[in-house]
Design a protein around this ligand. Structure first.
Ligand SMILES: Nc1ncnc2c1ncn2[C@@H]1O[C@H](COP(=O)(O)OP(=O)(O)OP(=O)(O)O)[C@@H](O)[C@H]1O
Ligand SMILES: [Mg+2]
Length: 249
């Protein structure tokens, strides 16, 4: 299974991607967590040590460093995973597609989008493996990632009207790309109408993840909310999302 996680900036994509990865790994899945944000920080939400997150080499940066160009054949995704993936808790492998580190004349972010497309598209997500891609905020990276009929798109929105509107547009794009399974996540929910508004906006299934002080606390500490308290309200809700994804439960 391959899951693309999209939504407005700050809606909780990385928090959901990290916690979902941890829950799925705890259920015995072989999780590959792909950080598609050119400012990668999924590792923190996953529970990877800060030094590892800071020193890990993203695919695009690594390929540029060894002189790889667009004219060279696209490397095999399993080779890229072995070369640039780093270990995260519970056997999860974390890989970042690209990182903007300093001013450049060329467009690193386009390269990063393209790397996400190639890697997410080519890496097999069969058997016990689940590939979870935490995409860059907004809709461009969703178009680039190019999920298809066999993939799942998770559209994360917090309760603001802007976030819900971007979720609506994300669902339209995902449907146009042929995605069959689009799941909304009403994150940071504080009232009953949050889920209803998102359900109406995306025209499909929605799960609620409540506003949770434990997530905020983990964020302040720079740790993973799953490690702080895997049974907190938000972590439990993401656990239910994991069950829904893999067991239909
Ligand atoms: N359910 C929640 N309860 C409380 N705080 C939350 C919850 N979900 C996310 N947050 C907080 O919201 C902020 C944004 O979350 P996160 O970084 O996961 O969003 P994002 O969509 O990945 O952002 P970006 O677009 O910058 O990548 C963080 O401070 C996070 O701790
Ligand atoms: Mg993020």
């Amino acid at each position: 299974m391959k899951v693309a996680v999209t939504g407005k900036g700050g809606s909780g994509k990385s928090m959901i991607s990290g916690a979902l990865s941890r829950h799925l790994a705890a259920r015995g899945r072989a999780v590959v967590a792909v950080d598609g944000d050119p400012n990668p920080n999924l590792g923190i939400s996953l529970g990877v040590a800060r030094e590892t997150v800071e020193t890990m080499e993203p695919i695009l940066n690594g390929l540029i460093a060894i002189g790889h160009t667009h004219d060279d054949p696209t490397p095999e995704p399993e080779d890229l995973l072995a070369r640039y993936g780093v270990g995260a808790p519970d056997g999860i492998v974390l890989v970042a597609t690209g990182k903007i580190e300093r001013p450049t004349d060329s467009c690193l972010c386009c390269g990063s989008h393209l790397t996400t497309r190639q890697f997410f598209g080519d890496l097999p997500g069969d058997g016990d493996r689940v590939v979870i891609a935490d995409l860059e905020a907004g809709l461009s990276d969703l178009v680039w990632a190019d999920p298809g009929p066999d993939d799942v798109v998770l559209v994360v929105a917090e309760p603001s009207a802007k976030s819900v509107e971007i979720a609506r547009r994300a669902a339209v794009i995902a449907r146009d790309l042929g995605v069959q399974r689009i799941l909304g996540v009403a994150n940071r929910s504080v009232g009953d109408d949050d889920a209803a508004r998102l359900t109406e906006a995306i025209g499909g299934e929605v799960l609620v993840v409540p506003e949770d002080p434990a997530v905020e606390q983990a964020d302040h500490q720079g740790t993973s909310p799953f490690d702080l308290d895997p049974t907190s309200p938000a972590m439990s809700a993401v656990g239910a999302l994991a069950a829904r994804l893999v067991d239909g439960g």
